[in-house]
Design a protein around this ligand. Structure first.
Ligand SMILES: Nc1ncnc2c1ncn2[C@@H]1O[C@H](COP(=O)(O)OP(=O)(O)OP(=O)(O)O)[C@@H](O)[C@H]1O
Ligand SMILES: [Mg+2]
Length: 369
């Protein structure tokens, strides 16, 4: 078996190199990050007799809670990086560690190549005020201030003059669809509107990264849907980098370019929605994604089979990232196979059987066997 050089985090050098070659800039780089709560927490990460144990076992032996355990990942510029997991899996702790609202117990953490763990107070303040803005679940608005002044708050503590910050805040209020409500106080707004204020406030400082900790979980489903679409729109229009925490799988699949699935403080799988749903890393992940409508996540690139004689030249053409759900329609209409075409080249074909197998969760290798 070929061995791959890895750094301490288990991420291979070739993977790191690949990210650099892609020209994808890394915003946050996280390596072997630990957060342990409890007495003498710093001894836990370095203790090899503890690192292999489950969170419960560590708690029994040491009285400490390992909330984040040896977590490594990169957040690339312009992506929506989702952290998903059940309650207590360590999501909030992880995202708070990124700006040291919670102090990590061990590991490495960089933003744009700068060592976050080495930052002094004033550099940290700058990080939180200008570079990474957080949107919280419970809005965190100032009750006695108007909408406009809440949105302007971050600019005010940056020291921006009144006229300028109000003009900028107005722009953000308009952007998130709250025009006309500038003079209201938070208590006079619905939950969805309050969260739009929270979003506008985070956007006002024009941060490099937006950090969301379950921002929509207090909202009812229809308003939640609205807010999700708002985030998708903002991301599409501005390409802003986002780290988005949720325990809601459909939200993760809708928003995430990549998803890190956490369990007991560890990342059990990190991949695109299609990778997570199509190739779950273990039974835990498989169970998590079991009820996902696969045809709405998986693409024909995964479903296709090699073209047989003549097939490469006829039938409807589909792009490789066409969802299986859409391909079903095309294949049903044409009655035969459809071609998967990229840059004029036929990569393969999808017919009734391939598409049905994907929906049923049967992999091609299983069919062949
Ligand atoms: N200040 C603290 N002291 C001790 N333990 C803590 C502290 N904060 C969090 N924990 C523990 O760390 C673990 C991870 O908590 P965290 O809040 O990060 O989970 P979460 O994934 O955000 O959960 P939720 O979905 O409920 O918000 C939990 O076991 C929690 O009890
Ligand atoms: Mg949380």
């Amino acid at each position: 078996m070929a061995t791959v050089a890895t750094d301490a985090s288990g991420i291979s050098e070739s993977q790191n190199a690949a990210a650099a070659e892609d020209g994808r800039d890394v915003v946050f780089s996280v390596r072997d990050l630990w957060k342990v709560f409890g007495p003498k927490a710093e001894r836990v990460p370095g203790d090899a007799s503890l690192t292999g144990l489950s969170a419960d076992e560590v708690r029994e032996r040491t009285g400490c809670t390992p909330a984040v355990r040896e977590v490594s990942f990169d957040v690339h510029k312009g992506e929506v990086f989702v952290v998903m997991g059940l309650s207590g899996s360590g999501k909030s702790t992880l995202v708070r560690c990124l700006t040291r609202l919670i102090e990590p117990t061990g590991g490495k953490l960089e933003i744009d190549g700068e060592d976050v763990l080495a930052m002094d107070k004033s550099a940290l303040r700058d990080l939180r005020r200008h570079r990474a803005s957080m949107v919280f679940q419970h809005f965190g608005l100032l009750p006695h201030r108007t909408v406009l002044d809440n949105v302007a708050y971050g600019l005010e503590i940056q020291g921006m003059g009144k006229a300028e910050r109000r003009a900028r805040a107005q722009e953000m209020v308009d952007k998130v669809g709250l025009s006309g409500l500038e003079k209201r106080r938070p208590g006079q707004l619905s939950g969805g509107q309050q969260q739009r204020v929270g979003l506008a406030r985070a956007l006002a400082v024009d941060p490099e990264v937006l950090l969301f900790d379950e921002p929509f979980s207090a909202l009812d489903p229809l308003i939640r849907r609205d807010m999700q679409e708002e985030v998708v729109r903002l991301h599409r229009e501005e390409g802003r980098t986002m780290v988005f925490i949720t325990h809601d799988l459909s939200e993760a699949l809708l928003l995430g370019d990549r998803i890190a699935l956490m369990r007991d403080g560890e990342i059990v799988q990190l991949g695109t929605p299609e990778e997570i749903v199509g190739s779950p890393a273990d039974d835990y992940v498989r169970d998590f994604v079991r009820d996902v409508p696969r045809e709405q996540v998986l693409t024909v690139r995964r479903a296709m089979r090699p073209a047989e004689a003549g097939e490469a030249d006829e039938g409807p053409a589909l792009a490789p990232d066409t969802l299986v759900g859409h391909a079903i329609e095309a294949v049903a209409r044409s009655g035969g196979a459809a071609r998967v075409v990229e840059n004029g080249r036929c990569l393969g074909v999808v017919d009734h059987a391939c598409l049905l197998n994907v929906v049923a969760g049967i992999e091609r290798e299983e069919v062949a066997a």
